[in-house]
Structures are given as C-alpha cells and as structure tokens.
Design a protein around this ligand. Structure first.
Ligand code: 1GP
Length: 253
C-alpha cells in the first residue's frame, strides 16, 4: 500500500509514528551512519530529509546512504523546487498555508510539477503551518511569511480546516527547526479536532516530556531533528516513548 494509506491505517488504530529529520547541512556521513545503526534496534517510521537552506550538495549522498542501509521510508521535506531527489520514496509536497506568499503556496509547485510527474516519488500533499515560537526561524525568514501566533489555536484550526477543504491530505504544525519551545498543546488539540487528516508536529522537541505532550495532544507523527543531530541518544529515547504510547493502546483495545 502507499505510504499515505499505511499512515492512515496506523492512525485509524490510534497509533503514533516517529519521523527523524535529517538536515544535509548539519549531518556528516559518520553521524548519519550512527543514526542508521541506532534506528535498527530502536524503530522509527520515517526519515525526513531537507531544510530551509541547503548550503552544500550532500542531500543526494545522504539519501543514497540511507537507502543503502535502511528500509525506513525517506520523505523529502523540501523548501524549494530545487530540492527534489528521485531516490527518496516520497515527498511532503508542502503548501505553506500559514503564510501569504504565493511562491510557497503554489509557485514552487508549478516549477516542480513536471519533475514530480516524471519521478516515481509518492506525493503527500501537506498543509504546512509555521507557528511563532519565540524567535524568527530560518523557515519564516526564508519564506518571507508571518508564522501563526503561538497562542491563537483557533487561527490554526481554521487554517487547517481550509487546507483540508482544499484537498490537502496531511497537516504539519511546525515551530521551526530549533524552536525555543514547541507548538502549544492547545493548538495541537485544536487542529486535531478541526480536521480528519493525519497531523504531523515538530519543532523544538528536545525532551521526553515535550515529545509526550505533543503526542498526547494529538500529534500522529512526531518529528525530531536538531536534538537528535546534537544528541543521537535521544533517538532511542524518543523511539521508546512512541512505542510505549502505541503499546498502551494495544493493551486497551
Ligand atoms: C523542523 O519540525 C522540524 O522543521 C524539526 O524541528 O529540528 O527543532 O527538531 P527540530
């Protein structure tokens, strides 16, 4: 089945998924090999690959390395049509619906469309919502957009609702990479209740407690980037949290 169908099935059972975000700018080959080893004994569900700025040309070799060592699906998390790579399994085709910059709502997608059609990448149309988490993130600066106000869950809920009505199949609430604090649980809950599509949450998840809070509030897919890059031992820890969450669920069914 497709990656999207598999995710929806997991979600229908109430199961959570874990995505580890690898930024080609931050990770060297040795670091990536180490994470791949850790992910053999501590399951994860996706590798997301991408970043707002791509300063080097390591993305292709990073994806090649993952694909040669791991069966974990690789999803592109692109910030630009230049960041496509057909070695990946799929792409989060992000429309930046929290912003009002047409370039990131539709413009880049027009450039990428024929390339995507020619590729075998599975396309996951994603409503991408940046949330203000205390300081300007690279993503909001580069995209030239104003993030959603941190303490206005209703704006996030209506944004997600509109995205779902437009046909987007996933929602992604992102505090931005290295956010000072993660998206508020009240906002996660509001979006969770507003839409039926799976919800991805990331940005600033750097403790077990923050991971648990986001999952309990309704994240279906938890994304961790920075903190695992800096402390690879967080991968086993957060993997355990997600599995524990899912096993408690199995017991109660
Ligand atoms: C950023 O959601 C991702 O787009 C992950 O954020 O790097 O802070 O974990 P972190």
């Amino acid at each position: 089945s497709s990656l999207y169908e598999a995710l929806c099935k997991r979600r229908a059972r109430g199961q959570k998924s874990l995505a580890v975000l690898l930024d080609p700018d931050h990770l060297n080959e040795a670091g990536c090999r180490h994470l791949l080893e850790l992910s053999e004994s501590h399951p994860i569900d996706y590798f997301f690959v991408g970043g707002s700025l791509v300063m080097n040309s390591h993305q292709a070799s990073l994806i090649r390395l993952i694909k040669s060592r791991s069966a974990v699906p690789v999803l592109l998390f692109p910030s630009h049509s230049l960041h496509l790579d057909s070695q990946a399994d799929g792409i989060l085709l992000l429309s930046l619906i929290s912003g009002r910059n047409p370039e990131f709502l539709i413009g880049q997608h027009v450039i990428a469309a024929p390339l995507l059609r020619a590729s075998e990448l599975q396309i996951l149309p994603t409503g991408y919502m940046l949330v203000d988490t205390g300081r300007q993130t690279t993503a909001s600066y580069i995209s030239g957009t104003t993030p959603l106000p941190y303490d206005k869950p209703n704006i996030a809920a209506c944004t997600a609702m509109a995205g779902e009505q437009l046909g987007l199949r996933l929602m992604y609430l992102d505090g931005g990479s290295g956010a000072m604090y993660p998206v508020a649980p009240a906002m996660i809950r509001a979006v969770r209740h507003a839409v039926d599509v799976p919800l991805i949450v990331g940005g600033g998840i750097n403790t077990a407690e923050k991971a648990q809070t986001a999952l309990a509030a309704g994240a279906d897919v938890l994304v961790v980037g920075n903190h695992i890059e800096k402390n690879p031992d967080f991968l086993p820890e957060v993997s355990r949290i997600v599995r524990t969450f899912n096993s408690v669920l199995d017991l109660s069914m």
